[in-house]
Design a protein around this ligand. Structure first.
Ligand code: AMP
Length: 187
């Protein structure tokens, strides 16, 4: 089963992705984590993307798409993909469809965790203390939220027409959200 957890920064995508990884014995594909690792290891990609990341801007599609390609064709991950933070642009969504179809896979579910700006600001304040992320200050998060709304809205429109698309209130308690997701995937 391949699942996309979709939503603005701070919506709880990572938390829900981790639950699904455990439940379905799958792999969390967090492009944010992959990109942060490039920065931490100070790779060529890391050097290229650090400014964009710290300013809350998206990293170029080409870089993210390349990082993703290896994972899609990794046989041990086939049909065990839980996407968290990808795709974020129409070009990425189309790239994902092409790569999945080339590897005889498909998306089974898209869960859109819907939350508003005020809720995100409160949640990010907590995460900043827990995870010590350099892109979690209030200004960056507002920028990331606006970027999401502006660039990612077409991706939402792209998926919302599909039969496998489900919108979930992301401001509910974590276990309520995971309960709803579990119910849908076991239908
Ligand atoms: P995340 O951990 O998913 O909140 O992502 C943190 C940051 O990584 C984002 O604000 C972007 O700068 C970058 N990023 C993560 N995933 C993507 C993606 N699919 N496309 C472009 N930039 C991304």
């Amino acid at each position: 089963m391949n699942i996309i957890i979709f939503g603005p920064p701070g919506a709880g995508k990572g938390t829900q992705a981790k639950f699904l990884v455990k439940k379905l014995e799958s792999f969390q594909i967090s492009t944010g984590d992959m990109l942060r690792e490039e920065i931490n290891k100070n790779t060529d990609i890391g050097k290229k993307i650090i400014n964009n990341m710290n300013e809350g801007k998206f990293v170029e599609d080409e870089i993210v798409n390349t990082l993703l390609e290896k994972i899609i064709f990794d046989k041990k991950k086939t049909n065990k993909l839980i996407f968290d933070g990808y795709p974020r642009t129409i070009s990425q969504a189309k790239n994902l469809e092409v790569l999945l179809s080339k590897s005889n896979q498909k998306i089974d579910y898209v869960f859109f965790l819907n939350v508003n700006k005020d809720f995100i600001l409160k949640r990010i304040e907590k995460r900043k203390i827990l995870e010590k992320r350099t892109d979690d200050d209030a200004n960056t998060i507002l920028k990331r939220y606006d970027t999401f709304m502006e660039i990612t809205k077409p991706v939402l429109d792209f998926y919302s027409k599909r039969s496998y698309f489900y919108e979930i209130d992301g401001s509910e308690k974590i276990d309520v959200i995971s309960g709803k997701i579990d119910q849908i995937i076991t239908l």
